[in-house]
Design a protein around this ligand. Structure first.
Ligand code: UDP
Length: 493
């Protein structure tokens, strides 16, 4: 009966963190749960809902039990203009802090919604450590959601524990990360704030780690065949986890909505980029993007433009606009014109339909800032990478891509910094051109290309029936169902 079905149906709340790199994979995961029969609610704020509401509505109209609940964001109270809490325009650390405080301010409203909706489980972003208490109050499991590598977590835990970066003669001196299955070296300068030096982040990240160990399990946007050694190490040193990715390849399988994923407009409408790509030979174009947050300083944009041009290879480059001097725009405007004429380069301003572009046969490589979603999307498309990490755990991800998976060429990024300034040492045009020639020249990158294709096949298998991620998702949902039944039996009538 319908009643029996609803009694047994799992009811799961997803609470994402409002930055595109966190929001996008969690919304994909929520959609995946709904497609496997779960009743799903995504709790978010207006500027964030805007970017995926259409997708959720059309899933709902297809008969899936998925909806959003939108709570007002207290922008004025934290001193942020309306509509910026999606962090798409975060150009400084202050905005991050304001958004974090804003969410804490609506914690009571969020917890009231939890009570009203009576979920069987909470899937909440890693950056919302307080939700461990919310789940405890409701007597339900909290799943700690992390869209990044096991490698990054294992490396970070090892460095926190053994402090191999302390006492070196300089910040650019290499040390080996202890206790990993591979010999991987880093420099102190490549470590994130809060680990290399005490900062306002140290305490916050301590809370995040503590909440990770107290959560029921972790949910990773990942797949076993990609970094099984590190998944194993995570399970034996940190705790229980489930790998259910790559979620983008899974939910967007044959789904035309991948064109406006994470973006309110349908980007397929502007098909000039598609015509341009269609005119190019297979695997001849490099896709260049630094994700949703990172903006390069002017001097670095100039170096990158020259490096790309000098490489002689074709490229499609997504540039996030910033409110810097006119200089940047006049230089880039001229560069754009020049590239249009020579047909060597195509610039997309602000936001690109990344999944569509990566799947295009003309694309032969990805110059990436090593955000985890970009790496997984590159791997899913079978593309080798040029790695140019900027901040956070991106430097660990670079090591995974270059030293462990051996599907990337490092550009030589030296310093981990959320917002780089003109004064910071950047990457020079010669290094950039060299890396592009290495990756896009067919001979040198042949083995990398072969390995990337193998991983893409493995990714596709993992999400098919019988594959590792498929199996994990079914097992996880079964486990949540048994917990629900046990809870019902324990509740006095
Ligand atoms: N993305 C996109 N178009 C863009 C920039 C980013 O579709 O122009 C998507 C990209 O496909 C990925 C996410 O936004 O899914 C960015 O996440 P990632 O982890 O790569 O980097 P972050 O933005 O968190 O630094």
């Amino acid at each position: 009966s319908v009643e029996a079905e609803t009694q047994h149906q799992l009811n799961v709340i997803f609470l994402p963190y409002p930055a595109p790199g966190h929001m996008i994979p969690m919304v994909d995961t929520a959609r995946l749960f709904a497609k496997h029969g779960v009743s799903v609610t995504i709790i978010t704020t207006p500027a964030n809902a805007l970017n995926f509401q259409k997708t959720i509505d059309s899933d709902f109209n297809c008969g899936y039990h998925i909806r959003t609940r939108v709570l007002p964001f207290p922008a004025a109270q934290v001193g942020l203009p309306d509509g910026l809490e999606n962090l798409k325009d975060a150009t400084n650390l202050e905005i991050f802090e304001k958004v974090r405080l804003g969410i804490l301010m609506i914690k009571d409203e969020i917890e009231l919604l939890f009570q009203e909706l009576q979920p069987d489980s909470l899937v909440t972003d890693m950056l919302l450590p307080w939700t461990v208490e919310s789940a405890a109050k409701l007597g339900i499991p909290r799943l700690y959601y992390y869209s990044s590598s096991y490698f990054s977590t294992c490396a970070k835990y090892s460095i926190r524990k053994y402090q191999p970066h302390k006492g070196l003669v300089s910040d650019t001196h290499r040390f080996t990360i202890p206790g990993l299955p591979h010999n991987v070296e880093m420099t102190p300068l490549q470590l994130e704030d809060g680990l290399r030096i005490e900062s306002s982040f140290t305490e916050f990240f301590d809370a995040v780690h503590e909440s990770e160990s107290r959560s029921y399990a972790a949910l990773y946007n990942n797949f076993h065949e990609l970094e099984g050694d590190y998944e194993q190490l995570y399970k034996s040193t940190v705790g229980k986890s489930w790998s259910v990715g790559p979620v983008s390849a899974w939910v967007y399988n044959d789904d035309e909505r991948k064109t406006n994923r994470g973006h309110k407009e349908d980007l397929a409408q502007e098909s000039e980029w598609l015509d341009w790509l269609n005119s190019k030979q297979n695997e001849s174009v490099l896709y260049v993007s630094f994700g949703s947050l990172s903006r390069l300083p002017h001097s670095q944009l100039v170096e990158l433009a020259h490096g790309l041009e000098h490489s002689g290879h074709s490229f499609i480059w997504v540039i996030r606009k910033n409110n810097e001097s006119e200089n940047v725009h006049s230089f880039l405007g001229e560069f754009e014109e020049k590239m249009k004429e020579s047909k060597k380069g195509y610039i997309i301003w602000n936001w690109a339909p990344q999944l569509l572009i990566l799947d295009h046969p003309a694309i032969g490589g990805f110059l990436t800032h090593c955000g985890w979603n970009s790496i997984l999307e590159s791997v899913s498309a079978g593309l080798p990478m040029i790695t140019w990490p900027i901040f956070g755990e991106q430097f660990y991800n670079e090591k995974l891509v270059v030293d462990v998976l051996k599907i990337g060429v490092p550009v030589g990024a030296k310093e981990n910094k959320l917002v780089a300034t003109e004064e910071d040492a950047g990457v020079g045009r010669e290094e950039i051109a060299k890396a592009v020639v290495h990756l896009m020249g067919k001979e040198e990158s042949r083995d990398m290309r072969r390995r990337a294709r193998k991983l893409s096949d493995a990714a596709k298998k993992s999400i098919e029936e019988g594959g590792s991620s498929y199996h994990n998702l079914i097992q996880l949902l079964d486990e949540l169902k048994s917990l629900k039944i046990t809870r019902a039996l324990d509740t006095p009538l």
